[in-house]
Design a protein. Structure first.
Length: 184
């Protein structure tokens, strides 16, 4: 064996994939820069979970809306004076019945109200209470049934109807004299 064979075999055994200075620079670049970008990406990924979702103005309010109770209890004054038919009409019904929106008969239009008046007060009252067509229950309002009945009478009277407004239920006897009178 010659000396050249020995040195060539030794050099071939200890050489790696990097043979030029350019390859060395590329390997150093990728071995340091790529892990840094990977770490930055992981940090963004982990911290993005703490940010509110897109479009959420107030994160606490959004969370409160998502976890709110299904039902609510509303306490109202049971002894409040009942509204008149005109007051209910102006508060709720005027929105559609003044313009005829969504097929609602216009206020005072005898031709549009005539077939409805023929169906009777009870049918109109139930339609107003439960809703019909595009109109929701109570027209979307929150009134007593008696108040809705008064509004039906008010609207039909303007179109020629002659219904009698429903009477409010008698108040419970609050004094002993009234209870004794009611018992007789």
């Amino acid at each position: 064996m010659s000396a050249n064979d020995h040195t060539t075999a030794h050099e071939e055994a200890h050489t790696g994939p990097i043979k030029t200075p350019k390859q060395l620079l590329v390997a150093v670049f990728f071995s340091f820069v790529v892990p840094i970008f990977a770490i930055i990406g992981l940090v963004y990924y982990v911290t993005s979970a703490n940010q509110p979702s897109a479009g959420a103005v107030d994160a606490e309010k959004a969370v409160a809306l998502r976890i709110q109770k299904v039902g609510v209890v509303e306490i109202r004054d049971a002894n409040r004076p009942l509204k008149s038919g005109e007051e209910v009409y102006k508060a709720q019904c005027v929105t559609c019945h003044a313009t005829g929106a969504a097929g609602a008969p216009k206020f005072g239009d005898a031709g549009a109200w005539a077939p409805r008046i023929k169906s009777g007060f009870e049918a109109l009252w139930q339609s107003a209470l439960k809703g019909k067509g595009a109109m929701g229950a109570q027209g979307g309002g929150d009134f007593e049934d008696i108040e809705i009945g008064k509004a039906v009478v008010y609207m039909t009277a303007a179109a020629g109807g002659k219904f009698v407004a429903p009477a409010a239920p008698a108040a419970a006897a609050s004094t002993p004299e009234a209870a004794a009178t009611a018992a007789k």
